[in-house]
Design a protein around this ligand. Structure first.
Ligand SMILES: Cc1cc2nc3c(=O)[nH]c(=O)nc-3n(C[C@H](O)[C@H](O)[C@H](O)COP(=O)(O)OP(=O)(O)OC[C@H]3O[C@@H](n4cnc5c(N)ncnc54)[C@H](O)[C@@H]3O)c2cc1C
Length: 402
């Protein structure tokens, strides 16, 4: 079973409430998302009404414990929600899930006051949040960030520039990473980082240019400038200088959602491509009856179900608190997103000329999928996580592969 312990590690149990929840999200997606897909593509905006509906249904509170006014549920519930939304509009899944890149580190590492003050508002949809870590010069290399925070009396003063920040345009609260002390040595670059809660309207915080990306139209990231932003001392999340763990464990959780996003994209593609190839005739017969087409569809299903199983499995391990969840999340994210890329390319081919027409929405899947392979840890960074975990388990040593 190496690198896992035994067969029980592979047990996936889906409680009934998750299936009932799936039906609710499916209904929401079919009713409110499916009809707006082309409009979102054209305008690059998602209507406020859709957010309002999602808030009414409690979707923003999923994954937040009831004691902080959330709906409860863990990684599995979140994965099912993201999957069902992404079947039609992956950008909306990103818009909702990004709140958790704020809520997770505050819940896991923040103070009780911070949880009450900020997370409860997010859970009720009274506030939106964002997570600002990436910078022009550092993405995968979290320890390479240049933003600084210096202590002045009972305040922290933050200076820096963050890039690719999803939801920054509507965020009432942002969790921002900054260096508060230089790394003690080149081998301990991860030391000296801290996380801060910055509120909209604080002087010096500017959400500047919108970054036009190839996919996830409707939910584009932004540049954020922090110019001498003063935050109260109590806005530090967790221990000063020790935020690296909080940042990377946020992504360990978040990337199961990205795997689920890829599963949702593939689910949508499979259904649409199957229907299209059964209806489209060439040489007097449905193109589905050509083996070259039929086998591509069979491969789509093989990859879809393998990706779904990996995703539910990683989510189950995460919800059980297993240490192996981190490796499982990397396996699921890498496999699912790369399978979705392959499915998107094949779906375009099977739709022929219509596959590259924007209004049909097939080529959109490829554009959305490419982003899933990059954010929350690019796939080759996942491969590093996987190999590090393997070496550690086999030989008991940590290796630095960067
Ligand atoms: C649409 C979108 C939304 C985003 N939203 C957010 C957000 O809300 N908040 C936020 O903080 N960030 C966000 N990001 C940023 C995202 O997390 C980063 O783009 C991602 O982590 C990769 O960082 P990078 O772009 O700096 O690429 P780099 O780190 O420069 O990587 C470039 C390439 O080099 C490879 N590479 C780097 N190091 C290694 C290595 N050691 N070994 C092998 N290969 C390596 C990578 O795999 C990648 O292929 C978003 C990005 C996008 C595109």
């Amino acid at each position: 079973m190496f690198p896992f312990n035994n067969s029980f590690d592979f047990k996936i149990e889906i409680p009934e409430e998750i299936e009932a929840f799936r039906s609710t999200i499916r209904e929401f997606s079919e009713k409110y998302l499916a009809p707006i897909v082309n409009k979102v593509e054209e305008t690059n905006e998602i209507d406020e009404d859709v957010f309002k509906k999602a808030i009414e249904l409690g979707l923003v509170g999923v994954g937040i414990p009831p004691e902080y006014d959330g709906q409860g549920g863990g990684s599995l519930m979140m994965a099912v929600m993201i999957e069902e939304i992404s079947r039609f509009l992956p950008a909306f899944a990103t818009a909702i899930a990004v709140n958790h890149l704020f809520a997770y580190p505050v819940l896991a590492f923040g103070s009780e006051e911070q949880r009450r003050k900020y997370v409860t508002k997010i859970a009720k949809g009274e506030a939106f949040a964002a997570h600002a870590n990436t910078e022009p010069g550092a993405g995968s290399d979290v320890a390479g960030i240049q933003t600084t925070a210096r202590k002045e009396g009972n305040k922290w003063v933050i200076n820096g520039r963050k890039l690719f920040i999803t939801g920054a345009n509507r965020a009432d609260f942002l969790v921002v990473s900054a260096r508060t002390s230089p790394p003690p040595s080149s081998k301990e670059r991860w030391k000296g980082l801290s996380l801060f809660i910055v509120e909209k309207g604080m002087p010096g915080l500017k959400v500047t240019s919108r970054i036009n990306t190839m996919g996830l139209r409707g939910e584009q990231p932004y540049e954020v400038i922090l110019d001498n932003v003063e935050v109260p001392a109590e806005n530090i999340v967790g221990e000063e200088g020790n935020a690296f763990k909080a940042i990377v464990s946020t992504y360990d959780h978040g990337r199961i959602g990205i795997a689920a996003q890829a599963v949702g994209i593939m689910q949508g593609l499979l259904e649409r491509t199957l229907d299209y190839t059964a209806m489209r005739n060439a040489f007097g017969r449905p193109i589905l009856s050509f083996e070259a087409i039929a086998f591509k569809i069979a491969d789509m299903l093989i990859n879809l179900e393998a990706a779904r199983l990996l995703t539910y499995w990683a989510a189950t391990l995460m919800d059980k608190g297993s240490k192996d969840a981190i490796m499982a999340a990397s396996l699921a994210k890498t496999f699912a997103t790369e399978a979705a890329e392959k499915a998107s390319i094949n779906a375009i081919k099977m739709h022929g000329g219509y596959g590259v027409v924007r209004e049909t929405g097939i080529e959109r899947s490829l554009r959305d999928t490419m982003i899933t392979e990059i954010y929350e840890g690019a796939n080759d960074i996942q491969r590093l996580t996987i190999i590090r975990s393997l070496v550690k388990k086999r030989f008991g040593v940590s290796v630095d592969l960067t």
